[in-house]
Design a protein around this ligand. Structure first.
Ligand SMILES: N[C@@H](CCC(=O)N[C@@H](CS)C(=O)NCC(=O)O)C(=O)O
Length: 204
């Protein structure tokens, strides 16, 4: 399998955490790929019409895109158990994944606002609205953290990747300051070998 990979993408990091946790590394060939929302890369678009990473090319040539789909596929392939099979645990894990991905969508839009959108076209009210989303998810995580598992599953690993992205790209956000429970939970999650092995590297 070939993975369109970017060391700075938090969505790719989710996939890489799953690959590491399930011991699938030897089955993955990496195609290093920067994804840009305006300057789209034709090679990537050929495989994923959205032009986004991650995308996974399977051995039969078919392509899976979106971190959610790829993570679930890999978990299924390895009978991994990172997606709880049924019941409340499954819906809770999928909901945490969705909240974490939503936080990341807002964070990535902020990043594009600062780095891609021409300055005269920037809109402070819109930036504030993205931060409001991020803050609400962080508050929900802080409220849930005392009872939230620190075992690796698709929900917890997605939240850990989302928090890691804030640390990586938004060091000034000081998200921990008002959220001690989430901060403690994040520290415990960050100790997982699969999260340590996938810490974001590139700063560009
Ligand atoms: N829902 C997608 C989001 C993927 C995504 O936003 N990837 C970013 C990089 S972090 C990207 O490829 N951006 C380029 C673009 O949106 O055109 C997922 O979960 O994989």
């Amino acid at each position: 399998m070939k993975l369109f990979d970017s060391s700075s993408s938090p969505f790719v990091r989710k996939v890489n955490v799953v690959i590491h946790a399930l011991g699938l590394e030897s089955r993955i060939e990496r195609l290093v790929q920067a994804a840009h929302p305006i300057n789209r890369d034709a090679r990537l678009v050929r495989h994923n019409p959205l032009g986004q990473v991650p995308a996974l090319v399977l051995d039969d040539g078919s392509v899976l895109s979106d971190s959610r789909v790829i993570c679930e596929y890999l978990d299924h392939l390895a009978a991994g158990g990172l997606f709880p099979a049924a019941g409340a645990a499954r819906w809770q894990a999928l909901t945490w994944q969705s909240l974490a991905d939503g936080l990341l969508d807002a964070a990535i839009l902020l990043r594009y606002e600062h780095n891609v959108r021409p300055e005269p076209q920037r809109w402070p009210g819109w930036v504030e609205a993205q931060w409001a989303k991020i803050d609400s998810v962080l508050d929900a995580l802080d409220a849930a953290a005392p009872k939230l598992s620190t075992q690796l599953d698709i929900g917890t690993l997605s939240c850990a990747c989302a928090l890691g992205y804030l640390d990586f790209r938004f060091q000034d956000s000081a998200w921990r300051a008002r959220r001690p429970a989430a901060a403690e939970w994040a520290a415990r999650m960050a100790a997982h070998p699969s999260l340590r092995a996938t810490e974001p590297q590139a700063r560009a």
